[in-house]
Write a protein that binds this ligand. Structure first.
Ligand SMILES: CC(C)(COP(=O)(O)OP(=O)(O)OC[C@H]1O[C@@H](n2cnc3c(N)ncnc32)[C@H](O)[C@@H]1OP(=O)(O)O)[C@@H](O)C(=O)NCCC(=O)NCCS
Length: 125
């Protein structure tokens, strides 16, 4: 049985307001939740403000449905001088079937920045 990789960082319920015309949840909503979760982990590691610089290897494995319990897991894969790259997985628990499975994954890179927006070195871990 596959299990999520990383730390549970964000959890919410997919609501009707977030659907597309087909009735499934918008991909943009999914990516936005993943970006929020990655931002939380990046800010903790960088001890301050960060900005998303890249989203790579994004893969939508399965649709998200209204009522799904939506969970985002983050794992720091790499850090550089100013950047933090995280592998981010979005999972759902489907209400009707009680099944849990991964719906989307991707690699999010954040850069530590000053309040002015200029990059700053990461503090020691
Ligand atoms: C984030 C930002 C301040 C970085 O400034 P920059 O001048 O591009 O910075 P640098 O070229 O010095 O790169 C900074 C780090 O980001 C990494 N980086 C830059 N572009 C990258 C990319 N496409 N993929 C992965 N890492 C990248 C660099 O490798 C570097 O990492 P390191 O210091 O750990 O070695 C600037 O690009 C920016 O403000 N972008 C907009 C951010 C934003 O608005 N995000 C929200 C999107 S709506």
């Amino acid at each position: 049985m596959p299990a999520p990789e990383g730390i549970l960082t964000l959890q919410t319920v997919a609501m009707p307001a977030d659907t597309n015309s087909g009735g499934d949840i918008f991909g943009g909503w999914v990516v936005s939740q993943m970006d929020l979760a990655a931002g939380v982990t990046a800010q903790q590691r960088a001890r301050g403000r960060c900005a998303t610089v890249a989203i790579e290897a994004l893969r939508f494995h399965a649709p998200v449905l209204v009522g799904d319990l939506f969970s985002v897991y983050t794992r720091i894969a790499k850090t550089g001088r100013t950047s933090i790259t995280m592998h981010v997985e979005a999972w759902v628990r489907r209400q009707r079937t009680d099944e849990a499975f991964m719906v989307t994954e991707g690699d999010f890179t954040f850069v530590a920045i000053e309040s002015s927006g200029v990059t700053r070195p990461l503090p020691p871990a």
